[in-house]
Design a binder for this molecule. Structure first.
Ligand code: BGP
Length: 489
């Protein structure tokens, strides 16, 4: 590598990231309550397609899922059985030299219905064991408090985060986590991809569709309640664990104008404001930006902001901004004229300069450098890349091996651009690749959308030995970590 390359900092947090509903399984063990993720069934006719997750967010479909033995398969109920195999999996992460491992806590393991006064001790003990196992190998846990699943009980009794009461339930839960794990966990994220609250409200804010009349209105109100919850959690975290860092997280969207027509360029600014900046602005700067107030006024969106909320938002801003990044898109002033392709959380305009993954996500390493610069320029606080990777339908060869050079290429190109961003002056504190071990896909519910350095012998129907097999990328990532990113070949 050239000498002009600054390199990753000595404390750079290399590792991997997963979420509880995609990895754990054990859905009905040790007192766990229902999660909405338990109710999303596998749809075999939708192979290699994004399924419409939002279709599942109705009382009727949630109730249908409660009937056990209804003949349907719900992949997130079994995950990849991390609940019973966490020791083996963490040993493999340690072998790769992980400095950090991001996972979420399943809220309904701790408060099965969400509104109990006291937590479920058995649920707490599971995460004690996971955290202790990580610490045994000096792996820093990075805990997401809520990754796309609030207890189903809170969605049924209330309307998810649309209802203010849920903030109190969230705070009781968060306080329990800080008190229980604060001696060992020094890095926290409040909500996964919080910018989904206004775009995929049922999923990100836990709102059942039949419970609200106007989902857009509900989305903005829920987003506000989640902002308040984020700030109150920061306050609580600072009181309980003064030496911890607590960040917020967004899905990082890079949106290019389809042409250099000034109208397209302006549209890309508007899309960036709505999709990226709005959430970062409130949680990193501590106030509602003017463009969103204008948007809400023009669209008849009225949100209730209680006395004291504005003060809380401005007093407790996040220590770092975490982001996921997978792909970029293009936009235009005439949106109906652009061809769409799928992407993380939502589809976007196709870019003729980019290739796509098998699932249509546009591969754009430079887009990562771009969004890192954009966000750092704006907030001047550390950034943490907590998701990035390539979903690929890996196949075992006749020797039971997987030669995933395509994944190595993808990650190498992205890490070079992270390094370029660092050279640009951006402060990046870590990189946790998405799904270091194959897990259930969030957006397709498939097992065959594999991101891992470790293959899991399990198919879309949950069949297989569940044996773990190291892919070529396993050894590659081990070397990357060992050389602190110096050797990316
Ligand atoms: C993000 C989610 C993750 C993860 C990832 C990849 O939006 O935070 O949970 O799954 O996307 O998406 P998918 O699993 O659909 O490929």
């Amino acid at each position: 590598m050239s000498n002009s390359r600054l390199g990753f900092g000595d404390d750079f947090l290399w590792g991997g990231a997963v979420s509880a509903p995609q990895i754990e399984g054990g859905f009905n063990e040790d007192g766990r309550g229902w999660s909405p993720m338990d109710m999303i069934e596998y749809e075999p006719d939708k192979e290699k397609q994004q399924i419409d997750l939002l279709d599942f967010y109705t009382t009727e479909r949630m109730n249908a899922g409660k009937e056990l033995d209804n003949g349907k398969f719900y992949p997130k109920r079994i995950g990849i059985d991390f609940y019973h195999r966490y020791q083996e999996d963490i040993a493999l992460f340690a072998e790769m030299g992980f400095k950090c491992f991001r996972t979420s806590i399943s809220w309904s393991r701790i408060f099965p219905n969400g509104d109990e006064e006291t937590p479920n001790e058995e649920g707490l003990q599971f995460y004690d064991k996971v955290i202790d196992e990580l610490k045994k190998y000096d792996i820093e846990p990075l805990i997401t408090i809520c990754h796309g699943e609030i207890p189903l009980g809170l969605m049924e009794k209330y309307r998810g985060f649309y209802d203010r009461e849920v903030v109190d339930h969230f705070m009781r839960y968060a306080k329990v986590l800080f008190e229980r794990y604060g001696d060992r966990v020094k890095h926290w994220i409040t909500f996964n991809e919080q910018n989904g609250a206004t775009t995929v409200t049922p999923l990100a804010a836990g709102v059942l569709k039949d419970k609200v009349e106007d989902m857009q209105q509900a989305g903005y109100q829920a987003a506000h309640h989640m902002f308040v919850a984020n700030s109150l959690a920061i306050k609580q975290c600072r009181e309980t664990i003064p030496d911890a860092k607590i960040g917020c997280m967004i899905a990082g969207f890079t949106v290019y104008p389809a042409t250099c027509n000034p109208n397209d360029v302006f549209q890309s600014l508007v899309d960036t404001q709505m999709e990226n900046y709005f959430y970062g602005d409130v949680m990193m700067r501590g106030y509602y930006p003017s463009y969103i107030k204008r948007y809400m006024a023009q669209n008849g969106i009225h949100i209730e902001i209680q006395d004291g909320d504005k003060e809380i938002l401005s007093a407790y801003t996040s220590d770092f901004l975490a982001l996921s990044y997978y792909c970029s898109s293009v936009t235009s002033a005439n949106k109906e004229e652009i061809e769409l392709t799928s992407g993380n959380l939502m589809s976007g305009g196709k870019n003729p300069y980019l290739k796509t993954s098998e699932w249509g996500w546009q591969i754009d390493p430079v887009g990562l450098r771009y969004v890192l610069n954009l966000l750092y320029d704006r907030y001047q606080k550390p950034l943490f890349i907590v998701e990035n990777g390539l979903g690929y339908d890996d196949k075992l060869d006749s020797n039971n091996e997987i030669h995933d050079q395509y994944r190595i290429d993808y990650m190498k190109q992205h890490l070079l651009e992270v390094n370029n961003a660092i050279n640009d002056g951006v402060e990046v504190i870590g990189y946790t690749s998405w799904g270091p071990i194959d897990i259930i896909s969030m957006g397709t519910n498939e097992m065959t959308k594999r991101y891992g350095f470790i293959y899991v012998d399990q198919d879309n129907h949950g069949r297989g030995t569940k044996n773990r097999i190291k892919k070529d990328s396993f050894y590659w990532y081990k070397k990357v970590i060992k050389t602190n990113g110096e050797d990316l070949d």
